[in-house]
Design a protein around this ligand. Sequence first.
Ligand SMILES: Cc1cc2nc3c(=O)[nH]c(=O)nc-3n(C[C@H](O)[C@H](O)[C@H](O)COP(=O)(O)OP(=O)(O)OC[C@H]3O[C@@H](n4cnc5c(N)ncnc54)[C@H](O)[C@@H]3O)c2cc1C
Length: 457
Amino acid sequence: MIEKLDVIVIGAGQAGPSIATRFAANGKKVALIERGHVGGTCVNTGCMPTKTLVASARVAHVARRASDFGVMAGEPAIDMRRVSERAHLVTQNARAGLESWLKQAENLELIRGHAKFVGSHEIRVGKRILTAPKIFINVGARPRIPEMPGIAEVDFFTSTSILSYAEVPRHLVVIGGSYIGLEFAQMYRRFGAEVTIVEQGAALIAREDSDVSEAIKDILEQEGVSCRLDARCISFRPTSEGVEVTLDCSAGASKIAGSHVVLAVGRTPNTDDLGLGVAGLDVDEHGFIKVDESLETNIPGVWAVGDCNGRGAFTHTAYNDFEIVTANLLDGEDRKVSERVRAYALYIDPPLGRVGLTEKEARQSGRPLLVSSRPMARVGRAVERGETAGFMKVVADAETKQILGASILGVEGDEAIHGLVDAMSAKVPYTVLEWAVPIHPTVSELIPTLLRGLGPI
Ligand SMILES: Cc1cc2nc3c(=O)[nH]c(=O)nc-3n(C[C@H](O)[C@H](O)[C@H](O)COP(=O)(O)OP(=O)(O)OC[C@H]3O[C@@H](n4cnc5c(N)ncnc54)[C@H](O)[C@@H]3O)c2cc1C
């Protein structure tokens, strides 16, 4: 027998639970289906455990530098088991909070199991078949396993499996020099591992401007992380010591004797086992579900939210997808995903806070530009903290005076960027912010100065 509901949500990640509880509070009969832990990637294997580990790694780093501040502490000892337990506890607490919130919600049933479409509006989960006029797909993504020679013959970590490894590897080889890879690279270096990043491209996080990418490479190399760029023909071979990684680079040795390898080469949407073909749902060449401006798929009454729609790859973008669909369906609004100002952070230390276009992208747009930048060495807060690596940069449209984008690589960069995120969201010209009076001594206080420095390129 087919069970009739008002709303079905597949996946209890960063959008699903909020969508489900919002409709349930609205008196709708809702099923939320989850095959793993509630909370999805962010809570269980993404943001929360990794940022907890980053925090432990930072303590080790600061302890090593303690004498710079007149505090005599000596070389810290790392108890990786306790480091790991702390990350697990943060995850467990967040998951438990989410579970009890979902349990208390009226009109909402949390169903455990793998959901699959058996028709355009029919979902099978275990022995049950459910149908609803509104279906939200929030199935997220998983680490991509690249087809590289020898990969099947060696043990490797992904960003998920490395979280269960409670030891410090002797030599960790990180395949992939993008956001996730860089966070693991610096973190394990600070825990005491030898670390080599192997990146196929000519730069780390090549999506960013080259000055940002170069500064990040300097920060990592100063801490002893080796970076092998332009790495071609990457292959793997098991050895008694762990894993030998062979590569063809313009510089450096062609073999790396690692003890462990972690793959950080992107993420694949969890859409291949959803029965999308049966439902008639369109996906792009990477498996992301195609959606329109309101996040509705080609099947009316079916929406795709979060990482699986390819319109964002972050917790805040998944959550904003929840805000968009519920505002449109329940509050009579007309919100569009294209109205979202792109913002994110890279959580190395110091972090990179980013908003809008890079300078490179702004130049490609062909409009007249104004650019300003300032080294963190000239930011009082950074000097006082003894952490002067990095710089801040802003790009604006010379005619409209709108801020087009900014990068703040430096201490508190992930927080300070929000003044610019807010200004871009409010669509105010940069000239308004020039007259703001921020608090001293903060990193944000330099933003009016940075904006006053805007000039033609
Ligand atoms: C190492 C790492 C660090 C990260 N750090 C950050 C960060 O600092 N900041 C940030 O903003 N983002 C970060 N992210 C990204 C962030 O975790 C994701 O963007 C976010 O979790 C996406 O949320 P989502 O709701 O789309 O999917 P997910 O959180 O992945 O949730 C999808 C859920 O769907 C379930 N599911 C899948 N298929 C089915 C099915 N067929 N039936 C039933 N259930 C199903 C899954 O089990 C999962 O629980 C990080 C990611 C990683 C891997």
